[in-house]
Design a protein. Structure first.
Length: 452
């Protein structure tokens, strides 16, 4: 028996194309502050969010994924028969058996392609990362048939009214995966951390809303970040033959973004981890007084957090800011949030600047599952940036009133799991080229149409 070696793998496996779908309506977070009667700045500064996308009962997880796949294929002129794997990461469950992937097969069936591997993956916001890993692993395996893979990460991030609601949002990222990509996965560096935690979960099948212990979920997120970061850095150190690899070896950081402030804190946390490995280094002077803080205390210590955030302010603007732009404009998208950060980076930084840069990506899903990988930008990202056209598309959205958002949430609550139903949402809110729910019949079967 001969072991397969790296030489047999296709080269430069990674992301060849990206498309993003987000709803045409959003609310302004400062108006939400007034509407919710909280202090000015709580959502915009405290959480760091600007806009929050929402949908009513006219769209569901399947319709938004149909839109994303169709637009990816159309914009990049990809043949449906060239796809050999389609992976979906989502935690928006509308059926306990039938996957979203099988519904997406309607698009491929129309072109006679029924041989497509892959299925849905669910674990909070982590499903998209798992879907991505499955696609990359397939291309790097003996099962690969030479065709492309598509990864879909999409969710409706919905919360009951209360502290978590301003971290709602909705969106999908679709990616074409293959060899000789401009955005290449760096081999041998991936790190993972998984454990059991009840920080955010969805045990109530009659509700779209999670049960969430918000503060605890933040701590879980940051602790999993530490674990992934330190494992990743251990591997990077070996790869670079460097004793103390650090954030200096990373050009950009993209994190799962439930809200921007937590991403800011993660970046600060990376430097804290670097400091622990190199405490005498002059550049960490502002943290000198925190050498003796225990690990558990480090996750709670506000002075330490403040010192880390202050010390990394300039680095944040350069290394994290470009990836934070889009999630700030849409809100949480659960599985899609981290990939929307990558789309944001590609859109905000020109291709020349990105060339040869290392992008570190952190995916977190409650419960909990987390991983970290890095990409190397080896080719032009101009085409992806132009096709995403995110700044223009985000600016073209309708800014709805908070009352419209509340009404849309009320309609969704009332009609969750219903059958024999025609959605009441106004089709004027559906843009052209977007799929919507036409009806749900008496057997809960869903029918979709694409708006001309
Ligand atoms: N101006 C400026 N900042 C303000 C203001 C104001 N007027 N009011 C409050 N703030 C700050 C607070 O100081 C706090 O800052 P800090 O995070 O640096 O401490 C921040 O705004 C949040 O306010 P809090 O009162 O501490 O928290 P709140 O009760 O609003 O809950 C939370 C925030 C926990 C994030 C909530 O929105 C939530 O549960 N969200 C969903 C869970 C989540 O996203 N978890 C993240 C990982 S898991 C996942 O991805 C789903």
């Amino acid at each position: 028996m001969t072991a397969t070696t790296f030489e047999h793998y296709p080269e430069n496996v990674g992301i060849l194309a990206m498309e993003m779908y987000f709803p045409s309506r959003c609310v302004d977070q400062s108006e939400m502050e007034t509407f919710d009667g909280v202090s000015a700045g709580k959502y915009t500064i405290g959480l760091g969010q600007e806009k929050m996308a929402f949908i009513d009962d006219r769209e569901d997880i399947q319709s938004i994924c149909l839109t994303a796949v169709h637009n990816l294929m159309e914009k990049y002129n990809i043949a449906y028969t060239d796809i050999g794997r389609l992976e979906v990461g989502t935690e928006t469950i509308i059926d306990k058996s039938k996957s979203v992937k099988t519904t997406l097969m309607t698009l491929f069936g129309e072109h006679g392609n029924y041989e497509i591997e892959g299925i849905d993956t669910t674990n909070a916001c982590y499903g998209g990362f798992n879907a991505f890993s499955n696609a990359v692993n397939w291309i790097e395996s003996s099962s690969w048939d030479g065709r492309y893979a598509i990864v879909i990460a999409g969710d409706l991030a919905l919360y009951a009214s209360g502290a978590a609601r301003p971290t709602s949002g909705a969106g999908v990222v679709a990616m074409l995966i293959g060899k000789n990509a401009p955005i290449v996965v760096e081999r041998g560096l991936r790190s993972t951390h998984m454990e059991h935690a009840y920080d955010f979960y969805k045990p109530d099948m009659h509700s779209e809303y999670p049960v969430v212990d918000g503060k605890y979920s933040n701590t879980c997120y940051l602790a999993a970040f530490d674990a992934c970061y330190n494992r990743y850095m251990g591997r990077l150190g070996k790869a670079l033959n460097k004793e103390k690899p650090s954030m200096d070896d990373i050009d950009y950081l993209v994190c799962h973004s439930p809200y921007a402030k937590l991403v800011n804190k993660s970046f600060a946390r990376a430097s804290y981890n670097d400091f622990l490995k190199d405490p005498e280094n002059e550049k960490f002077a502002p943290l000198a007084g925190f050498k003796e803080v225990s690990y558990a205390e480090s996750l709670e210590n506000r002075d330490l957090e403040k010192a880390c955030v202050g010390m990394t302010k300039a680095g944040y603007a350069q290394k994290v800011g470009p990836a934070a732009f889009v999630p700030k404009q849409i809100g949480n998208m659960y599985t899609a949030a981290v990939w929307s950060g990558l789309a944001s980076l590609i859109s905000e930084v020109d291709s020349e600047t990105l060339k040869d840069k290392r992008v570190l990506l952190y995916s977190y899903g409650s419960g909990l599952a987390a991983s970290m990988i890095s990409f190397r930008i080896t080719g032009s990202t101009d085409g992806i940036k132009q096709k995403l056209n995110l700044r223009e598309r985000l600016a073209a959205r309708t800014i709805a009133k908070p009352e419209d958002f509340a009404e849309a949430m009320a309609i969704r609550e009332k009609t969750h799991n219903v059958r024999d139903y025609v959605p009441s949402g106004n089709l004027d809110h559906i843009a052209s080229g977007v799929y919507y729910v036409e009806k749900i019949d008496d057997k809960w079967r869903r029918f979709y149409k694409r708006k001309d």
